[in-house]
Write a protein that binds this ligand. Structure first.
Ligand code: SF4
Ligand code: SF4
Length: 372
């Protein structure tokens, strides 16, 4: 059931790992060890955050103290550092954060307008608390989707997962409403810009799945998406049917099917049928300093830094053997179980092992092919 739930309904990341098969020229170049632009680049504009999530994923690499410092006094990206990116752009951009919330960046609207002007497909992942009417209007007319990480169904549950109180809970709900209203007001279709909510499932949040689904369905968003907290093996099969009862033609209930599938297989903590992160050639991650990391989980880990836009032009980095060597050399040290590129790595390893895999054909998946 897990796999089917996600594939049937779709969001911009659905069928993510298999979407790489839609880029055969890049796959050829990867196999031949020739340079190529990543399919997707994730940009983190801000180290600062307005929330204080006790299980913020950055704590795994950076530790509690460093995360607290950065989330209060960290850096905002100098947007000019991205200038070189547009000479050899990826197919799509993900705006997100590691210790930080993208909407905290004082010039986030400028970044969105740059992407809009370049007709660059992009999505934003946000906690939603700093949403304004103006930003919501830009986002719904120019992004392919916005996912608000809600992770709570009422004030108490939100406080325990996001570490902030009543005013912020209200602001997040208002932010979601601003997005829904802005899309309605602009006459933008659901297909053009999907608005959804994320909910991390762990021992303390699992019982709230139905309640958050009910809340999401009433807020007018397009979907609620359930995925596991890192390092937990809490499955959702005994909860998902009551959530699916809320599904309608204009509201989907999604789960990270691949992750739950692997979880139920058993050895999910250590089972990696690949020895380097192949996916890091198809996905790059740029932090607020302009440093490029092997993936979002390792931001701040010097060993996982594979380049820096402060030291090298994007175009030169793409062509440089340093890119390939540093991804290779990194190996898989301190990699998070069921990580961001785990499923993509499995697909790429299967290709290396000689398996024949068919690319996805669903029209919505093709539309969002760049969001691996
Ligand atoms: S909102 Fe995101 S970046 Fe901010 S503390 Fe929570 S998990 Fe970390
Ligand atoms: S955590 Fe996953 S995505 Fe990150 S480097 Fe390791 S294998 Fe790649």
């Amino acid at each position: 059931m897990a796999d089917d739930t996600e594939r049937r309904e779709g969001n911009v990341f659905s069928d993510g790992p298999k979407k790489v098969l839609l880029f055969p020229d890049r796959i050829r170049r990867w196999r031949d060890e020739r340079p190529f632009e990543p399919v997707v680049v994730e940009i983190h504009p801000s180290e600062r955050c307005n929330h204080r999530c006790p299980d913020c994923q950055s704590r795994w690499i950076l530790g509690d103290r460093r995360v607290s410092e950065l989330s209060r006094r960290g850096q905002f990206m100098d947007l000019t550092i991205l200038n070189g990116l547009w000479e050899r752009p990826p197919e799509g951009i993900i705006i997100s954060g590691q210790t930080g919330e993208p909407l905290m960046h004082p010039k986030i609207g400028e970044l969105l307008l740059i992407l809009e002007k370049r007709s660059m497909p992009y999505v934003m992942i946000t906690n939603g608390g700093r949403m304004t009417r103006n930003l919501a209007e830009i986002l719904v007319r120019s992004s392919r989707g916005i996912r608000v990480s809600l992770d709570g169904y009422d004030l108490a549950s939100f406080r325990s997962t996001h570490g902030v109180g009543k005013n912020e809970w209200k602001r997040v709900l208002q932010g979601i409403e601003l997005l829904v209203e802005a899309r309605r007001g602009a006459g933008v279709s659901r297909k053009s810009c999907l608005i959804g909510l994320g909910y991390l499932v762990g021992p303390a949040t699992k019982d709230g799945m139905e309640r958050v689904t009910c809340l999401a369905s009433g807020l007018g968003v397009d979907y609620i998406h359930f995925r596991p907290f890192h390092f937990t093996d809490v499955t959702v099969d005994d909860q998902i049917d009551s959530c699916l009862a809320y599904a309608r033609t204009d509201f989907s209930v999604l789960i990270s099917g691949q992750k739950y599938h692997l979880m139920m297989d058993g050895n999910w903590m250590n089972d990696r049928p690949y020895s380097i992160c192949h996916g890091a050639f198809f996905y790059s991650m740029i932090d607020p300093h302009g440093d490029i990391y092997v993936c979002c989980h390792h931001v701040g880990n010097e060993r996982a830094k594979v380049g820096s836009l402060r030291e090298v032009l994007w175009s030169d980095w793409l062509d440089s053997p340093v890119r390939r060597e540093s991804i290779r050399k990194f190996g898989l040290t301190r990699c998070v179980p069921l990580c961001r590129l785990n499923a993509l790595n499995r697909v790429l390893q299967a290709l290396l092992d000689g398996q024949r895999l068919d690319p996805p054909t669903d029209s919505l998946v093709l539309l969002h092919r760049m969001f691996l």
